[in-house]
Design a protein around this ligand. Structure first.
Ligand SMILES: Cc1ncc(COP(=O)(O)O)c(C=O)c1O
Length: 429
C-alpha cells in the first residue's frame, strides 16, 4: 500500500524466513500485505511506516484495556525487575488463581498453561481422563486452537464424523471428534443417540468468535448443559475469548449456565501468553501431580503473564467492562446504518465488546454455514478500504471486531467516518 514501503520491505524479507511470511496464518490475510508494528498506545497501533491505525483487533482479543495500559505495564516491569522465570512457584500465580476463581468457579481449581490451544488440549484430555470415554463433540465453525483434536470441521452430513481440517491430522485422531451444528441442539442429540456412552465432552465457544461473532440462540447453552448432564459427559466452555470480556465471569455469568470445565486465555494474561483450565476440584484433581492426567510446562504460570493478568483484572474491577461495550454498541449501529443506507443486505451480530458484520441476505447468522454464505469478498474489500482510512479491522470475515476501555467517543466518531467512506468504495458506490 502507498506509504507502506518499510513494511513491504520487511515482508519481502519475512517471506524468505517464515512460511507465508508470518508466524500465525491470519496475519498474512492483511491486505495488500501485513503492516509491521513499531508500537501500540491506547486504542492505536503505530506502524514502522509512520501510520497510525485505530486498532479494532487488539491482538485478536486480549487487550481489553488497550495497548500499554500504565497499570499493566507497571506490574510487568515490577515483576521483570525481580526476574522472569523461576521453575518454582511465585506468589502471583496464587493471587491470580484466587482472583479468577472468584469470578469463574468459586471453590474450584486452576491450571495455568501458555496459550488457549494448550488450555483446550488439556481440558479435553482431562475430560477423557475423568470420564474414561474417547469422543468429543465440537461445533462446525468453532475454533479451539491448533491441536489435532479440534482441527476438525464438519464432515459429510451423512457421516457426521470429523474430517481433518489440516493435513497432518490423522483420520483416526479426527475421527474421535464429532461435529455438530452451532445453535442446533438436534444435531447434538443425534450424536448422543448414536455415540452417547462414548462421549467424554462437548466443547463449545459459548459466543462463537471464530465465524465472525455468533451468539448462542435462546436455550442452546441450556440444552447443552442438559444433554451432557443426562448422558454423563462434561460440558467445556471455551471462554478464551469471552472470559473477562462479555462479563467478569464470562459466558457462564452472562447466560447463567455453568460448565464443568472452563478454558480461559487472552484477557486473563493481559496481552502476555497464557491459557487457563478451570474446573471444580473433583475434576481438576485428576491432573498431575495429584492425578494421572498429564500436563506440564516450562513456562506454565509464567511470572510476567501472572503479573499482567492480575493487573488487568484489578483495573477491570475498578473500571468495569461497560466502556468497551458501549463503544462497540455505537460501532454496531454505524455498521448496520451505513450498509442499510447503501441498500446492502447485512446482519450485525454483537455481544458486548465484540461484534461483526455479515453481508448476507439471510435474515440472521446463527451458524458457520450462515457465516460462510455471506459476501466475504465485500468484507475483504471493506478491510482494505478501512486500512486506507486508518482503521484496522480483522482481515477475515470469520474473525471478530474487538474494542477496549481505551476506545472512547473520539474513536467512535473516527470509526464511523472511516466506515462510511470505506464501505461506499468497497461496494463500488
Ligand atoms: C475460542 C478460542 N479458543 C482457543 C483459542 C486458541 O488460543 P491461542 O491462540 O492462545 O492458542 C482461540 C484463539 O483465537 C480462540 O478464539
Amino acid at each position: 500500500m502507498e506509504g507502506w514501503e518499510r513494511s513491504r520491505s520487511l515482508y519481502e524479507r519475512a517471506l524468505k524466513l517464515f512460511p507465508g511470511g508470518v508466524n500465525s496464518p491470519v496475519r498474512a490475510l492483511v491486505e495488500p500485505h501485513p503492516f509491521y508494528v513499531e508500537r501500540g498506545e491506547g486504542a492505536y497501533l503505530y506502524t514502522v511506516d509512520g501510520a497510525k491505525l485505530l486498532d479494532m483487533v487488539l491482538g485478536y482479543g486480549p487487550l481489553i484495556l488497550g495497548h500499554r495500559h500504565p497499570k499493566v505495564m507497571e506490574a510487568i516491569v515490577d515483576a521483570l525487575e525481580r526476574g522472569w522465570l523461576y521453575g518454582a512457584p511465585s506468589e502471583a500465580e496464587v493471587r491470580l488463581a484466587e482472583k479468577i476463581l472468584g469470578y469463574v468457579k468459586p471453590g474450584g481449581m486452576v491450571r495455568f498453561v501458555n496459550s488457549g490451544t494448550e488450555a483446550t488440549m488439556t481440558a479435553i484430555r482431562l475430560a477423557r481422563g475423568y470420564t474414561g470415554r474417547r469422543l468429543i463433540v465440537k461445533f462446525d465453525g468453532c475454533y479451539h486452537g491448533s491441536h489435532d483434536s479440534v482441527l476438525v470441521a464438519a464432515g459429510s452430513a451423512a457421516g457426521e464424523l470429523g474430517v481433518p481440517a489440516s493435513e497432518g491430522v490423522p483420520r483416526e485422531v479426527a475421527g474421535l471428534t464429532l461435529v455438530a451444528r452451532y445453535n442446533d441442539l438436534e444435531s447434538v442429540d443425534r450424536l448422543f443417540e448414536r455415540h452417547g456412552d462414548d462421549i467424554a465432552a462437548v466443547i463449545v465457544e459459548p459466543v462463537a468468535a471464530n465465524m465472525g461473532v455468533v451468539p448462542p440462540v435462546k436455550g442452546f447453552l441450556e440444552g447443552l448443559r442438559r444433554v451432557t448432564r443426562e448422558r454423563g459427559a462434561l460440558l467445556i466452555f471455551d471462554e478464551v475469548v469471552t472470559g473477562f470480556r462479555i462479563a467478569m465471569g464470562g459466558a457462564q455469568e452472562y447466560y447463567g449456565v455453568d460448565a464443568d470445565i472452563v478454558t480461559l486465555g487472552k484477557v486473563v494474561g493481559g496481552g502476555l501468553p497464557i491459557g487457563v483450565v478451570v474446573a471444580e476440584k473433583r475434576i481438576m484433581e485428576r491432573l498431575a501431580p495429584s492425578g494421572k492426567v498429564f500436563n506440564a510446562g516450562t513456562f506454565n504460570a509464567h511470572p510476567l503473564a501472572m503479573a499482567a493478568g492480575l493487573a488487568t483484572i484489578e483495573v477491570l474491577e475498578r473500571e468495569g467492562l461497560s466502556k468497551a461495550s458501549k463503544f462497540m454498541g455505537a460501532v454496531a449501529e454505524v455498521l448496520a446504518e451505513e450498509a442499510g443506507r447503501l441498500g446492502i443486505p447485512h446482519v450485525v451480530n454483537r455481544v458486548e465488546s465484540m461484534a461483526q458484520i455479515f453481508f448476507t441476505e439471510r435474515g440472521s447468522v446463527e451458524n458457520a454455514e450462515d457465516a460462510r454464505s455471506s459476501d466475504q469478498r465485500l468484507y475483504k474489500a471493506l478491510h482494505r478500504e478501512m486500512l486506507k482510512e486508518g482503521v484496522f479491522i480483522a482481515p477475515s470475515q470469520m474473525e471478530a471486531l474487538f474494542s477496549s476501555n481505551a476506545h472512547g467517543d473520539g474513536e467512535a466518531e473516527l470509526f464511523a467516518e472511516a466506515y462510511r467512506r470505506a464501505l461506499r468504495r468497497a461496494a463500488g458506490r
